[in-house]
Design a protein around this ligand. Structure first.
Ligand code: ADP
Ligand code: ADP
Length: 227
């Protein structure tokens, strides 16, 4: 799915003040179908706000968002967000957590289990299907969260600093895993990070944002050879 933001501004009302706070200011950006775009900028620059606009959780004050060329009115992209805090259901096994992504889609139970198993394999968790979240490491839990998002089969995989809470070694192994999954599924990925290293390593293009009010300072193409 192709994503376009056209001169998008997002303001939030400030209590007891006539002047709204501008979180995003005149952002124009496009993400091609199947592209891996990273969005990097300091804390508070409006990265999460931009994701909220894509999911329809927030609406632009001005400007337009188009998905596959069609202006978004109302709800935006299918939910398929992987957050830093993976928020698995603690009372559900890894498999049942992944199945959750499919329950909303009325997939028959048996097929659901098979598909969920397939996505656990894809994230390298074969053999861990019956484990509960507390029986898994942080990195493994984050993999379950990724598998759950993939199972939902979103048009775009949105990731909001998904690896920020992990130790360096685990983060590196999940970065590799994510690139592999991206190549295997061909999904459009929008990946938010405040780490420039991570942004440049993962992204085909890196959109660099300014401190608030968030603007796109530059969009950098990263050559494949540098991976
Ligand atoms: P980032 O994800 O880059 O850290 P955010 O998008 O979370 O940044 O926030 C950008 C700015 O907008 C911050 O200064 C934040 O305080 C402000 N902001 C975000 N959401 C709201 C809101 N609902 N109301 C008022 N201000 C908000
Ligand atoms: P990861 O980087 O893969 O998330 P962690 O360092 O968080 O790994 O995992 C802690 C331990 O869990 C590791 O020592 C490893 O032996 C085990 N582990 C993690 N993933 C797997 C896997 N896919 N298969 C077998 N063991 C695993």
């Amino acid at each position: 799915m192709k994503i376009e933001l056209l001169d998008v501004t997002k303001e939030f009302p400030v209590r007891d003040s006539g002047t709204p706070f501008t979180a995003l200011s005149g952002v124009s950006l496009s993400v091609a179908s199947g592209e891996f775009l990273t969005l990097v900028g300091p804390s508070g620059c409006g990265k999460s706000t931009l994701l909220d606009l894509l999911t329809g959780l927030a609406t632009p004050t001005r400007g337009e968002i188009r998905l596959d060329g069609v202006p978004v009115t109302g709800p935006g992209l299918d939910r398929g967000i992987v957050f830093q805090q993976y928020a698995l259901f603690p009372w559900r096994t890894a498999l049942a957590n992944v199945e959750f992504g499919l329950e909303a889609k009325a997939v028959p139970r048996r097929e659901r289990r098979e598909l969920a198993g397939h996505y656990l394999d894809l994230v390298g968790l074969t053999g861990f299907a019956e484990r509960y979240p507390h029986e898994l490491s942080g990195g493994m839990r984050q993999r379950v969260a990724i598998a759950r998002s993939l199972a939902y089969d979103p048009a775009v995989l949105l990731m909001d600093e998904p690896f920020a809470a992990l130790d360096a070694q685990t983060r590196e192994s999940l970065q590799e895993e994510l690139l592999r999954i991206w190549q295997a599924t061909g999904k459009t990925v929008v990946f938010i990070t405040h780490g420039i290293d991570e942004a440049v390593y993962l992204g085909q293009r890196v959109a660099v944002m300014t401190p608030a009010p968030g603007r796109i300072r530059e969009v950098v193409e990263v050559s494949f050879d540098s991976r």
